[in-house]
Design a protein around this ligand. Structure first.
Ligand code: SF4
Ligand code: SF4
Length: 303
């Protein structure tokens, strides 16, 4: 992808493979953030696979619950589900969930979705196809209020409380895919493909945006987490490429020129993406031809 010399249309409509690298101003090639994220997801999931098949105690288990070099890690929503179902709090679960809690408070709540979730990369492929179909007017975009996620979150936990069973795990594509990667084929994988088809033909990133309670839990951390995306108004020319690339683009609504006057009056030209829906995926960095985005660590003044 040639984000510095290509037209905005060429950047937005770049082929999927070309979004893994970009041409620098000096004419060389560098990996994009998408490349590093995919590498992160692939390495994590290969570590699960190797630990099970070669019997090394590297990263044992699945995305729901695991042991990293023998140290317990538990996905936060899985921990909440388990507590809701069993009404019991075990020491290992406290250690595992507290570790994950602190980790994502530091690196960014929803960074889980972009940097670790195996369904996330499938969903990105689906999103690319979806965007192509929308631009060719084969299908139309459908949007709902993303706050519907909180209703799903409460319903899944409510049913778990009544049933005493981790109901959501039957349909959780993250757990299904993770078990598929580690333990092999199961018919449940068909359900993951059904979700993906809905995301391709019905609504962009539908599962992640409107349903997934795992992402919703990380959203809550995201609002207060330390690592954030920062945007610089002085660099931005309002081309809109980042708004097109970001599937949670309500979090960067502020790049629109209508907010410039207010910002200038306040003398505030840099803005942090506060909204917990930002996955720190770096897609906005990858398409921005003025390098208006960067990561910032809000605790840096303390360390
Ligand atoms: S931040 Fe970059 S990609 Fe987004 S509108 Fe401004 S110049 Fe365009
Ligand atoms: S604002 Fe940027 S980093 Fe955050 S979700 Fe959107 S594209 Fe990804």
């Amino acid at each position: 992808m040639d984000r510095y010399n290509g037209s905005i249309r060429e950047i937005i409509r770049a082929s999927f493979l070309s979004t893994f690298y970009y041409k620098t101003k000096e004419g060389g090639y560098r990996p994009t953030w998408r490349f590093w994220r995919w590498l992160s997801v692939i390495v994590i999931n290969i570590a699960f696979f190797i630990s099970y098949h070669v019997d090394v105690q590297l990263l044992e288990g699945t995305m729901n619950g695991s042991r990293l070099l023998g140290f317990h890690l538990i996905d936060l929503f899985t921990a909440i589900e388990t507590w809701t179902a069993t009404h019991a709090i075990h020491t290992n679960m406290i250690i595992g969930s507290a570790t994950i809690l602190v980790f994502y408070l530091l690196v960014g709540g929803k960074s889980f979705c972009a940097w670790a979730c195996p369904y996330g990369i499938l969903s990105e492929i689906g999103e690319h196809i979806h965007q192509k179909l929308v631009s060719k007017r084969v299908i139309k975009e459908r949007k709902w209020n993303p706050n519907i996620r909180f209703a799903f979150w409460a319903v899944f936990l409510g049913v778990t409380f009544i049933d005493g069973f981790l109901v959501f795990e039957i349909i959780n594509p993250i757990g299904i895919l993770s078990r598929f990667i580690v333990y092999g084929w199961s018919l449940a994988i068909v359900w993951v493909l059904v979700i993906l088809l809905f995301e391709i033909f019905y609504s962009r990133r539908m599962w992640c945006k409107y349903i997934c309670p795992v992402g919703t839990t990380y959203n809550l951390l995201g609002w207060v987490s330390a690592t954030k995306v920062q945007w610089d108004m002085d660099k931005c020319d309002h081309c809109g490429a980042c708004l097109d690339a970001c599937f949670e683009n309500h979090v960067i609504e502020f790049v629109k020129p209508k907010y410039d006057k207010e910002r200038k009056e306040k003398g505030k030209t840099k803005q942090i993406v506060i909204n917990g829906d930002c996955t720190l995926c770096g897609r906005c960095f990858d398409v921005c031809h003025t390098d208006a985005y960067n990561y910032t660590f809000r605790l840096k003044d303390l360390v």
